[in-house]
Design a protein around this ligand. Structure first.
Ligand SMILES: *[C@@H]1O[C@H](CO)[C@@H](O)[C@H](O)[C@H]1NC(C)=O
Ligand SMILES: *[C@@H]1O[C@H](CO)[C@@H](O)[C@H](O)[C@H]1NC(C)=O
Ligand SMILES: *[C@@H]1O[C@H](CO)[C@@H](O)[C@H](O)[C@H]1NC(C)=O
Ligand SMILES: *[C@@H]1O[C@H](CO)[C@@H](O)[C@H](O)[C@H]1NC(C)=O
Length: 457
């Protein structure tokens, strides 16, 4: 009798506790800092081998978080093998210079922070790195893409990414979220994003890449539900494939907001008119999640010191096979399709034609929608005759390729396997040549295309 009663009491307590934790009012700043203080004290006292964490990592762990602990823990969505970031932190600890580049939209530009350049997330994170690793020279580069989507950044990567970047924070989800409904089904944004990831990961110094996922339009004003963002599942799948860490502003902020009935949330950390652009507190939450990621990496380096595992993993090439087949077979089409959908989406009502020459997209003003559309109308070649030529070119290439393939198959039936192989190779080459010709006739040069290169890069 007694045990059953005790069990029932325990059950009720657990139930009450879990209901409380779901519906609990947001923590006060005081409660948040107390919670972090306890957590930090505990983690500074960990002994690993002969080292005490607090002695080795004092400056790295010395940071005051503004967001609740459990939200920051859940903002670090995926850490992956993390070899590249482990190298960056290892270098910082040894006092090596690090060039850190933030590429992204309005959040990356710091536009709606109260003092852009000093309390936006990038500025805060760089400040933390300089304090946390006082012997290293940290060189920040801010590459604002304005409202441009991943397809445009991928196309114009050389003007956003300095060749010698060591660490890249890529913040594209808010920009790519425009027109995302369609993208969730046909994946045109995800393909463009994959081209962008491959471009960054393949850069000269094999930079560490942290996917810094911002909130999409409407997510912070109750009009977009939790799940309706390209950060998951599509970008999450790409992160897993390429082993790229992910931090999520949505997760960092969600629990502090006011839930709405339709699985939405309203937070005062972002601009209410778009429900997405971070204000100063939103920037603070983003900085928190990046700092936590860096601290975790530093702690991980105590458990498993930087070594062969990391160097071997870094030396591995970006896999030849992409997640989306089109990404390697027709990168130009992927970028132009994705750009085209985006242009139509922000032009609504849909009157504009698609760009013929993707390289021209690099010269536009992306600081806001009106400037983008004006410069688009002034500078972009959208002649339909050219698109028709490209289309005819494509059809011809397809027919030629098809005929050659049939030839190859016939040969397989008639002559030796060796000669068959030669024919297939020839057919593939003819097909490739036709594709090159098609691309030349439409004025593009494949991927990556060097665009307006910034002088400092
Ligand atoms: C643009 O995308 C949004 C979804 O983010 C969609 O509701 C809207 O209909 C799209 N507009 C056009 C013109 O495609
Ligand atoms: C919330 O955000 C959406 C998407 O940006 C916007 O269309 C809408 O007007 C915003 N709602 C409010 C109440 O500001
Ligand atoms: C590009 O868009 C066209 C037209 O919508 C579509 O048929 C084609 O499959 C797309 N190609 C790629 C690679 O996305
Ligand atoms: C970045 O913000 C500044 C103002 O702080 C603005 O002048 C500039 O146009 C913005 N750049 C982009 C690309 O949005």
């Amino acid at each position: 009798m007694a045990p059953a009663g005790a069990a029932r009491v325990t059950f009720c307590l657990v139930l009450a506790a879990s209901i409380l934790s779901i519906s609990a009012a947001p923590q006060s700043p005081n409660a948040i800092s107390k919670e972090w203080a306890t957590y930090n004290m505990q983690r500074q006292n960990i002994r690993i081998g002969s080292q005490i964490t607090g002695d080795t990592l004092r400056s790295v762990l010395d940071y005051s978080f503004a967001s609740p602990l459990k939200q920051i823990q859940s903002s670090n969505v995926y850490q992956a093998g993390n070899a590249r970031m482990r190298r960056v932190v290892h270098d910082l600890q040894r006092g090596n210079p690090i060039k850190i580049v933030a590429i992204g939209g309005v959040a990356t530009n710091g536009s709606d922070a109260s003092s852009p350049g000093s309390d936006d997330f990038f500025a805060l994170y760089v400040k933390y790195l300089k304090r946390g690793f006082p012997n290293a020279r940290v060189e920040p580069v801010r590459s604002s893409a304005g409202i441009a989507p991943s397809a445009v950044v991928a196309e114009c990567l050389s003007s956003y990414l300095p060749k010698d970047a060591d660490l890249v924070l890529l913040e594209m989800t808010a920009n790519d979220g425009v027109g995302m409904d369609a993208s969730l089904i046909d994946g045109h944004n995800a393909k463009a994003y994959e081209i962008l990831l491959r471009g960054i990961l393949g850069a000269e110094k094999t930079p560490a890449l942290i996917l810094t996922q911002s909130m999409v339009n409407g997510m912070g004003n109750g009009s977009t539900p939790f799940y309706l963002t390209p950060e998951a599942p599509q970008y999450a799948a790409l992160a897993s494939y390429y082993g790229t860490p992910v931090v999520s502003m949505r997760n960092a902020i969600w629990g502090s907001g006011t839930p709405t009935r339709n699985s939405g949330m309203i937070t005062d950390q972002v601009v209410q008119e778009d429900g997405s652009t971070p204000l100063s507190p939103g920037h603070r939450s983003m900085a928190d999640m990046l700092v936590f990621n860096t601290q975790r990496t530093a702690e991980d380096l105590l458990l498993l010191p930087y070594g062969d595992y990391d160097t071997q993993s870094i030396a591995m090439k970006v896999p030849d096979t992409p997640v989306y087949g089109d990404v390697s077979s027709e990168p130009w089409t992927v970028l132009s399709n994705s750009t085209c959908m985006w242009v139509r989406n922000i032009s609504a009502p849909d009157t504009r034609l698609c760009p013929v020459n993707m390289a021209q997209m690099c010269s536009l003003d992306y600081s806001n929608r009106a400037n983008m559309l004006r410069t688009y109308d002034e500078r972009i070649d959208t002649r339909t005759s050219n698109s028709k030529a490209a289309l005819i070119g494509g059809v011809v290439a397809g027919v030629v390729g098809g005929l050659l393939l049939i030839g190859g198959l016939l040969a397989f039936c008639i002559i030796s396997k060796k000669r068959h192989a030669q024919k297939v190779a020839a057919a593939a080459e003819a097909k490739a040549a036709a594709r090159r010709k098609e691309m030349a006739s439409s004025g593009s040069h494949g991927v990556p295309i060097t665009a307006t290169s910034r002088q400092d890069f």
